[in-house]
Design a protein around this ligand. Sequence first.
Ligand SMILES: C[S@@+](CC[C@H](N)C(=O)[O-])C[C@H]1O[C@@H](n2cnc3c(N)ncnc32)[C@H](O)[C@@H]1O
Length: 203
Amino acid sequence: MHDEWLNRWRERRIGWHEHEGNRALKSHWTATGRNVLVPLCGKSPDLMWLCRQGNTVTGVELSPIAAIEFFEDHELRVTEKDGVFEALDEPLRIVVGDYFAYDETGFDALYDRAALIALPASVRPGYAAHTHKLVDDDAFHLLVTLEYDQSRAAGPPFSVGKGEVTDYWPDLRRVESRNDIENSPPKFRSLDALYEVVWLGGA
Ligand SMILES: C[S@@+](CC[C@H](N)C(=O)[O-])C[C@H]1O[C@@H](n2cnc3c(N)ncnc32)[C@H](O)[C@@H]1O
């Protein structure tokens, strides 16, 4: 599975990447002054946006290409040691490696867009359990997931339903659901609907 992601980055098959960042993040995120964890972060400009809100930001990402490109895209001065890419002038870093081997704890905010839904059903319970270990229970949480008819199209990204999300995070509230079929990859275009769903929790 790791090779597939690393190959995607090498071959630039990164259709999930949002050049302008995520719309739902900008409308729903309210936390400032937090220590934010962004699992499976890619080179998302959302890292920069979260930092601009006065947060300290840690992304975790398998591909060094993503990390290098993130700092280039944002023209940030960076140092790298043992796979940790750290901005010199901003409280922002990307830890390159397997998220499941990353063990720093004490985060008081979580941002997950296209991380939970990037993983197959067999891996998702382990992802949620691991994230619970790293992130405080009362942390601010914002998750952006997708819901569509999984029997009519294959992931990734996978459809993750309401029941599954609340099994993992019982306190999360489903605050928005928007049919985003027009912006979806071609393989989903035969579906009637594909919902981008926003989940919020904590304070
Ligand atoms: C669908 S992309 C989403 C990226 C980012 N969250 C965004 O919104 O642009 C999933 C990312 O997770 C990374 N990834 C997959 N498995 C991982 C793992 N076990 N540890 C760390 N990163 C991983 C992939 O390389 C890819 O960049």
